[in-house]
Design a protein around this ligand. Structure first.
Ligand SMILES: C[S@@+](CC[C@H](N)C(=O)[O-])C[C@H]1O[C@@H](n2cnc3c(N)ncnc32)[C@H](O)[C@@H]1O
Length: 298
């Protein structure tokens, strides 16, 4: 089997054994040129430049995710000379800041990161931090994901859309945003989505008499789990039905989170008919017809 090589400027990953150390020097975990001030602001580094167990893990997770996003950024940047990324449900904009520091900072062009977040205080803090660090190519917008779809504060088209643990249906809104903005790549790590489970629950009685497979979600715990699983299946079919090539993998290293499914979609203009039909069939088979608008195909 071929040995997996490290990306040229990938960090030297900390080993699991080093994770056991309560606090230690950060020199093996930080890349050359990386802003120590940013890492301190994000509480990844302590004020005296050390990493504790939790922050080393967080850094490792962010690097792991960066390994998936960097080639997408590079491919687009090589083709068009700049790249625009929108991060939905940005929170403290951990991901945006790290992406900016590791990739965008060195570009002296129109490349830009937008963070979308409903909590005004987080948007304000991110704006202050970006100004202090001189990260001019970052903007933060205090809107819901749904509002951002039609907002004139965002460009007409964007290249990459990310949504990391954006709550409930915010991931679906992020997908909607990405489709509307003709994103070339979409990277989402969904959070719990309660909407599909609630429809499964509502229609369970009727469904049980018609379809033996309803046993898969008869018990309340199974309704929630199956609802969550099928939501991601529907998201993948939806993306495929819009011409994207989709891969689903695990966000390894995201140990603190139960939700670690990473969905990466790249627009390849693939044939759309079959996935659209499959999506429709799955909705019908599971009694989820009322979800057609959520998982729209055309
Ligand atoms: C679990 S946090 C994840 C934050 C960040 N993406 C991360 O992984 O560190 C989810 C964030 O999404 C925001 N959020 C939830 N629903 C949203 C919506 N509909 N539109 C925009 N932001 C939303 C929340 O305020 C919160 O900051």
């Amino acid at each position: 089997m071929a040995k997996k090589s490290r990306a040229p400027n990938a960090p030297i990953a900390s080993t699991d054994s080093s994770d056991q150390k309560p606090e230690s020097s950060a020199k093996h975990d930080i890349r050359p040129g990386q802003s120590l001030e940013l890492l301190k602001e994000l509480h990844i580094l302590t004020r005296d430049g050390k990493l504790n167990q939790d922050s080393r893990r967080k850094l490792k997770q962010v690097y792991h995710l960066f390994q998936f996003i960097e080639p997408l950024l590079a491919e687009i940047h090589t083709k068009q000379g700049s790249v625009t990324l929108v991060d939905h449900g940005a929170g403290k904009s951990y991901l945006g800041f790290i992406l900016y520091d590791l990739y965008f900072k060195a570009l002296r062009d129109r490349s830009h990161i937008f963070g979308i977040e409903t909590r005004a205080e987080l948007v304000e803090k991110s704006e202050e931090l970006a100004a202090r660090l001189g990260f001019d190519g970052m903007s933060f917008v205090n809107l819901s994901v749904a509002e951002s779809i039609t907002s004139d504060r965002l460009p007409e088209t964007v290249d990459i859309v990310t949504a990391l643990h954006a709550c409930n249906t915010a991931t679906d809104d992020a997908i909607h945003f990405a489709l509307q903005k003709k994103a070339k790549s979409i990277v989402v790590v969904p959070c719990c989505q309660a909407e599909v489970a609630s429809v499964l629950r509502k229609n369970k009685g009727h469904s049980l008499s018609k379809n033996v497979l309803t046993e898969m979600w008869r018990h309340p715990l199974h309704t929630r789990e199956f609802g969550s699983q099928i939501t991601n299946v529907l998201r993948c079919l939806q993306l495929e039905s819009h011409g994207y090539q989709v891969s689903v993998t695990e966000l390894v290293g995201w140990e603190h989170s139960m939700k670690n499914e990473l969905i990466i979609a790249q627009f390849k203009d693939l044939p759309r008919g079959k996935p659209a039909q499959r999506l429709s069939d799955v909705l019908e088979t599971l009694g989820l017809e009322e979800m057609r608008e959520r998982f729209f195909t055309t």
